[in-house]
Design a protein around this ligand. Structure first.
Ligand code: SF4
Ligand code: SF4
Length: 373
């Protein structure tokens, strides 16, 4: 961690962030992290003097979607200014230095800031055939990850490729693509900020948590931060009342779809996805996919491309609830809803992982206007 010349707040003030905006941001971060109200003052106090973290960003087998999320600012907010004020010493896509100069910058951070810098990894790491399918400056992705992540204070894997192998790792996985945690076992402080892509609000919250408390937040079994992955998406969805009432969209553009009814029958995987998408949303909190009328495809869950497909087939029902989907919603109060959430999640994910689960019903995907064929 590089000592900041004057801390993050001084940098933000130079960029025109008012005290009111800063305090509002700290409150929003406390809420995103699931901390009590008083924590916003603690966050504000810590950020006033926090040193600028040094960060290097590695890209391997990826689409740069997480970089796009990182750079997504359409207007300057405190959040993206916070990310701007991080010392990004290496990032292939955005750095000005080319070739040898760029590689020297990376080598300098690894040599001079050992144990202090943050390594962000985007993209999967191919292990097949000695890792030849992804090489940068003559080194394999695996070699680079071992060297750079091995010397970092923490490794933050962003997006489903870096966390779980991603689309390159989908069956039959010809390059042997895996996430960084599987490629380099035993990394200290590995944090998986998954989803496709990760939401930059969660990256900001993660860094703010670290700067404030000088430690990393609690993680789940997948090493995902609980503040982002601790709750079912289904439980925070604004269409949940329609699910409980048995009101479902049956086809793209039908009356139920137009009325904002539940998208379960259209393939929504919200009941088996642990993520804070409905609360942090996208594009600076403007909206999120389910609000826009498309079901969740479970992108925040491990191997969602294999386990959540077909995307337009609805989840199987819980034994005991029966095959009449309309009765699920009508009966879904209290214990029934909880039973669906718990039993449905475990049985579906387990069986889907074993590739045993044909969808009970599939619907065609929407056309570009949102209508079925
Ligand atoms: S099934 Fe999907 S659309 Fe329906 S309430 Fe759950 S998350 Fe929302
Ligand atoms: S709604 Fe679901 S699939 Fe879409 S971004 Fe959110 S978690 Fe991912």
């Amino acid at each position: 961690m590089r000592e900041g010349r004057q801390g993050l707040l001084a940098e933000l003030e130079r960029r025109g962030v008012t005290r009111r905006e800063f305090i509002r941001f700290c409150g929003a971060m406390a809420a995103a992290l699931g901390l009590p109200g008083g924590a916003s003052a603690q966050i504000a106090g810590a950020l006033r003097t926090a040193p600028k973290p040094t960060l290097v960003w590695l890209e391997f087998q990826d689409c740069a979607g997480n970089t796009e999320s990182f750079l997504r600012a359409s207007r300057p907010t405190v959040a993206n200014l916070i990310l701007d004020t991080i010392s990004v010493d290496y990032h292939e896509t955005i750095m000005a230095a080319p070739g040898t100069q760029a590689e020297e910058a990376l080598a300098r951070v690894v040599a001079e800031s050992r144990g202090q810098y943050l390594a962000v990894v985007e993209g999967s790491i191919p292990l097949a055939d000695g890792g030849v399918y992804c090489c940068i400056a003559g080194r394999t992705a695996l070699d680079i990850a071992k060297r750079v992540c091995g010397g970092a204070a923490a490794t933050i894997a962003v997006g489903t490729c870096a966390t779980h192998g991603g689309i390159p790792g989908a069956a039959p996985n010809p390059t042997g693509a895996v996430g960084v945690g599987e490629a380099v076992p035993g990394l200290r402080n590995l944090i998986n900020l998954t989803a496709c892509p990760m939401n930059v609000e969660n990256l900001t919250a993660l860094i703010v948590y670290y700067l404030t408390f000088k430690q990393w937040p609690p993680l789940d079994a997948e090493r995902r931060p609980l503040f982002a992955h601790g709750k079912l998406l289904h439980d925070a969805c604004e269409r949940r009342a329609h699910f409980n009432a048995g009101e479902f969209a049956e086809a793209w553009g039908d009356e139920g779809h137009c009325n904002g009814y539940c998208l379960f029958k259209m393939g929504c995987k919200g009941p088996v996805t642990f993520y804070n998408c409905p609360t942090i949303r996208w594009n600076e909190g403007t909206s999120w996919p389910v609000q826009c009328g498309h079901g969740c495809i479970g992108c925040a869950e491990p191997r969602f491309w294999d386990r959540m497909t077909p995307f337009y087939g609805h989840l199987p029902l819980t034994p005991g609830i029966g095959a009449d989907i309309d009765r699920v919603g009508l009966a879904a109060t209290g214990l029934v809803a909880a039973g669906f959430a718990v039993h449905g999640v475990t049985s579906y994910v387990k069986r889907a992982a074993e590739r045993e689960l044909p969808a009970e019903k599939s619907v065609p995907p929407p056309d570009r206007k949102g209508n079925g064929p």
